[in-house]
Every structure is written in C-alpha cells, then in structure tokens.
Ligand binder design. Sequence first.
Ligand code: SF4
Length: 361
Amino acid sequence: MANALLEKPKEHEDQQSKTRSSLFVPDLVFFEPQALEYPLGKELYARYEKEQIPIRMTTSHNQVRGIPGENEIEQYRNAKRTLVVGVRKTLKFEPSKPSAEYALPLATGCAAHCHYCYLNTNIGSKPYVRVYVNTDDIFAQAEKYIQERLPEITRFEAACTSDPVGIEHITGNLKRAIEFMGRQPHGRLRFVTKFHHVDSLLDAKHNKHTRFRFSMNADYVIKHFEPGTSSFEQRIEAAGKVARAGYPLGFILAPLYWHEGWEQGYSSLIEKLSEQLTEEAKQDLTFELIQHRFTKVAKHLILKRYPKTKLEMNEEERKYKWGKYGRGKYVYPDVQAKALQAHLEREIARHFPQARIEYFT
Ligand code: SF4
C-alpha cells in the first residue's frame, strides 16, 4: 500500500490532467472512534471497507500519523489524498466577514492542487481532507446563531476551509446543509466551488436560501494553475445546470491574473457564461472580482510545493499593500489593477446588465 501511495506524486502532473473531472477517492482513510457512533460514520466505514481502501483508527485528527512520503512534498501530496472522518467538537463558528456572519464548519481540506490555494497558508500543516459526521449538532448550533440575531438574516459561508462540492460525494453534507437552510426563514447559505459535480444538489429543496457560486477564471489560468479541479467547460456547464435548478447564482472571478492574452481570455469567459445562463438566473446574479495577490509566506510555500509553477510572483513587479497587523500582500500596481477591473466590469455590464458586482479587491 505504502509503495502505491509513494508512486503517485511522481506521476502527479500527468495524472491531474487526465483525472481533472474524476471524483476524489482517498488512498487512505482515518476514523476517529467517536465518528463510528453516528450513522454517517458507520456508513463511511462500511463503504471504504467494501472498497478495500486502507482504514486506520486515530484518537483525534491531530494524532494522524504515518502518511507515507520520502520527503515533505510527497507527504504533502499523499496527505491531500488522505481522508479523516471525525466529529466536530468545537461548536463555536468562526466569523466570515464581510460576505457572511459565520463560517459553517462541514469539512476542511481539499484534494485538488491549485497553486495559489488559500488553504496553503490557512491549514498548511494539516492538508488532509477532514469531514464531520455530526451534522445535526452543527445545524443545531447554526439555528442558535440564527435565533440570536432575529429579526436579522444570518448568513453562513460553507467554503471557508474546503471546497464542499469537491467532497460532496463522500458525505452528502452540503445537500443536508442546503435543505436545512431552505427551512430557515432567517438563515442563508453561500459557498463557492471549482468543481462541476453538482448533480446530487440539483433537486435539493433550497428554497432560494442558498447562493451557489462558482470560482471561474480564464481557460489559461485554470489549465496552468488549478490541477485537480474541474475544467473551464465543465464548470460553465455546471453553472448552467445550477441556474436551471433555480438557485441564486454567483461567480467569483479569482484570481484575476495578468497573462498574455488576458483580455481575450476574460472576454471569452464572460461571453460563455452568458450563453449558458437562463434569463431568470441573469436577473439575480453576483460577481466578486479578486486580483491575484500573494504574501511572502505564501510564495515560499507555493515554490516549495509546486517548484515548477509558472505563477509569476515577482515582488518587484507588484505593489505592496499593507494589511492588518503589519502583514501586507503583493497586488498588481494600480495601472494593471485598474485595467483588469475596467475590462471585467465592462464585459460584465455588456453581457449581464442586471448583475451586481459586489467588489473588486
Ligand atoms: Fe484550494 Fe479551492 Fe483549489 Fe481546493 S479547489 S485546492 S480549496 S483553491
């Protein structure tokens, strides 16, 4: 088993392009003993046992040991192919300002390999995929938060620590969350995904309480920097399905990345989106625009984990933007940032005159 795991990273780049659209199947699964007290935990145990995927027990996810790999990169890549099934003990939700009041904790980690993934720095030392089986406890807590804020609406973001669509085939927890929020007059859900595996969510009773967002980019950017995610065409097609299922829809265009042919790349993206969407979906549509940025810490991690990346991170070509607590980041100089913003805003206004651009940052 260990040998099989060790061989994978060497074929990584090729594999990723071949398996772009396939569902994540872990190479190794850890269970916390408490997880087996819940029906979903038992179901997952039986499933992986039947599929003959190696299973180990761990007292807690912090105690996960023995992920193979001869060096840090191999261990990192094998960890991303490892699943931990556990119980969410902390029922204090993190804030998720400004787009939501709280992060809804359904999972952490992701099996894909976007070079600029926000999880690189967020959960960098624990890159395995972790899912929770005690969703009733999590939803009961969400309900408390909703009650506390009445008569205001309370919004929850389900993609702060993972891509919930990319692992939905494992637990079905996202559909449960969508239907839970559909029953809450004062609760709203939002999340973002780079995956097209949306079919199981199309018949969910969402009651329009969930905003389904896709992270989209120019074809060039997806091809070069987002291995393991769904392709440009797959995401666009999935967005069409989600629109026809009546969900409020949104697009995060991020990171907006300066590359040769970027104007054409982003024009084509907006045009193709427009061809896929129903008139109804176009009436209630949001866009969030985020230019590429990096911190020194992130750059260091990216170059360590993806040494062959073509991602441009030259500090001298960027503007330093000071952040909270003195931790700043490198963004595009004003001329480039404004050009990106103006081009995207123009194209969005042309194809989606009713859409709301929530921000450019
Ligand atoms: Fe990170 Fe999202 Fe890419 Fe997964 S799909 S690696 S969560 S950016």
